[in-house]
Write a protein that binds this ligand. Structure first.
Ligand code: EPZ
Length: 430
């Protein structure tokens, strides 16, 4: 099993290129099957989640040609199977975006019901509510979601919760329904806007993405396009907090600073200096970190995908901080691991009460999920001594070349598979 072995204490210094947004890429790949013409997609991150979805798409007959590590050409005119197998949904729940895309294009889709995952139950009731509102007959049997419609007709849909997935899935199906669909209480994340822009580049008619009311006028077909994915605001935020916890000076490049505003605001609150440029942000952490409070919220609030990372920083800050996780019910799984490194955190329901400590000590820990795993790497980078992190496959689902990028900033770390490699690293770093 791959591990990271880290010798903490080095401030991270330098510049790092941020890749394409995983969560935009997943939805855009699904939306791209809605045309029979060829689509070119650039700035795709080379991460496991993206590559598993590409396999699922090839499994139903999508022709995919990889141009280079971050670009593909695809053609979906020969799709012969409208059913997505459980093996793919089990690996990447975002395969459920294929329901909205297949339903919109073929008026029929069958996808295995995605289970919960390690951050919460992850229901999809709002997705199904939207498909039904568009006129689809939606049934669940034998663990499969079957959606079918003679015709899809636009409707006025009120989401009961702000949900990125349902907003995107309904937007896709509605883009080829007859008439107008209005989605109220829509998610406003940058990747929702990116998917809408992508669909519009294929000839869809979507207005209002990025606000809580999205208006979609259905079209009868979508055409070819060439599109580049937006930068990943969570990857960027993770490196910005890496600078904070290692007393470093890091510039994240190829970002959209506006997408990072809530992250920047919190870094300023805990005592970092932040400088914004057109497509870069520089974070300098030279003073002792200060405590603050944070509540995760839908965009433009502080993102839930950054909650473990700020938790690691606050556990090193002077004073007591309160972190409230309002989106998912099980997103504090990093706390037990961080406690092994000396953190003092009490979790009560969806709130963590954090008493800052002066520093972490290295320990043997494991990554509980994607973002918690990335946050624990940040803890290892700031810890005194050696930290070994198991189950890093979770982290590599969503971060391309995470160790390589961190080492380019001065991190002392290696990917290891055997104890021998760990001993070699220990010997090398002394
Ligand atoms: C997306 O998940 C992201 N995943 C998540 O990122 C991210 O944490 C989340 O949005 C919130 O920003 C992808 O884009 C692939 P939601 P999604 O639907 O769409 C409830 C990562 O680390 N809900 O916005 O599944 C749900 O339980 C991942 O990259 C319903 O009740 O999130 C949650 O409490 C982790 N019914 C809230 O809404 C529904 O039908 C927000 O979920 C759908 C959601």
């Amino acid at each position: 099993m791959e591990q990271y072995v880290i010798k903490g204490g080095n401030p991270l210094v330098g510049e790092v290129e941020i890749g394409g947004a995983k969560n935009a890429g997943l939805a855009i790949l699904a939306a791209a099957i809605m045309t029979d013409e060829t689509v070119t997609i650039d700035n795709l991150p080379d991460v496991k989640d993206i590559n598993v979805l590409l396999q699922a798409m090839e499994g139903i007959g999508v022709k995919i040609q990889r141009i280079n590590r971050h670009s593909i050409k695809m053609n979906s005119s020969l799709i012969e199977d409208l059913s997505i197998e459980y093996e793919f949904i089990k690996k990447i729940r975002a395969s459920y975006y294929l329901i909205g895309a297949l339903l919109g294009k073929y008026k029929k889709a069958q996808v295995a019901l995605p289970g919960g995952c390690n951050i919460g139950s992850r229901p999809i009731d709002q997705h199904l509510k939207g498909f039904k509102a568009l006129g689809a007959d939606v049934r669940i049997s034998h663990g499969l979601i079957m959606a079918e419609a003679e015709r899809l007709k636009g409707n006025h849909i009120y989401l009961d919760v702000v949900t990125v997935g349902a907003t995107i899935n309904i937007m896709m199906a509605a883009s080829m329904a007859e008439g107008t669909t209005i989605i109220e209480n829509a998610a406003k994340e940058p990747h929702v806007v990116d998917v809408a822009n992508f669909l519009n580049s294929m000839g869809a008619n979507i207005k209002g993405a990025g606000t809580d009311v999205i208006r979609i006028k259905g079209v009868t077909n979508l055409h070819k396009t060439e599109y580049s994915i937006i930068p990943d605001q969570i990857e960027a935020g993770t490196f910005m907090f890496a600078a904070a916890v290692t007393k470093g000076d890091v510039t994240v490049k190829n970002v959209i600073p506006k997408h990072l505003e809530s992250i920047t605001a919190k870094l300023l609150e805990i005592g970092c200096e932040v400088e914004e440029f057109d497509d870069a942000v520089r974070v300098v952490s030279s003073k002792a970190l200060q405590h603050t409070h944070v509540k995760t919220l839908p965009y433009p609030g502080f993102p839930t995908d950054m909650q473990p990372q700020i938790g690691v920083a606050l556990a090193l800050s002077e004073g007591t901080s309160i972190v409230t996780e309002s989106i998912f019910e099980n997103r504090f799984r990093y706390v037990d691991e961080l406690t092994k490194m000396g953190a003092s955190i009490k979790v009560e329901g969806n709130t963590a009460i954090i008493d800052g400590v002066s520093g972490y000590t290295g320990a043997r820990i494991s990554a509980p999920d994607l973002r918690a795993g990335a946050a624990l790497v940040l803890a290892g980078l700031s810890a005194e001594g050696i930290t070994i992190i198991d189950d890093i496959a979770y982290i590599e689902r969503g971060y391309e070349d995470f160790d390589i990028k961190l080492k380019s900033l001065g991190a002392l770390m290696e990917r290891a598979v055997t104890d021998k490699e760990i001993q070699k690293f220990r010997f090398k770093v002394g």
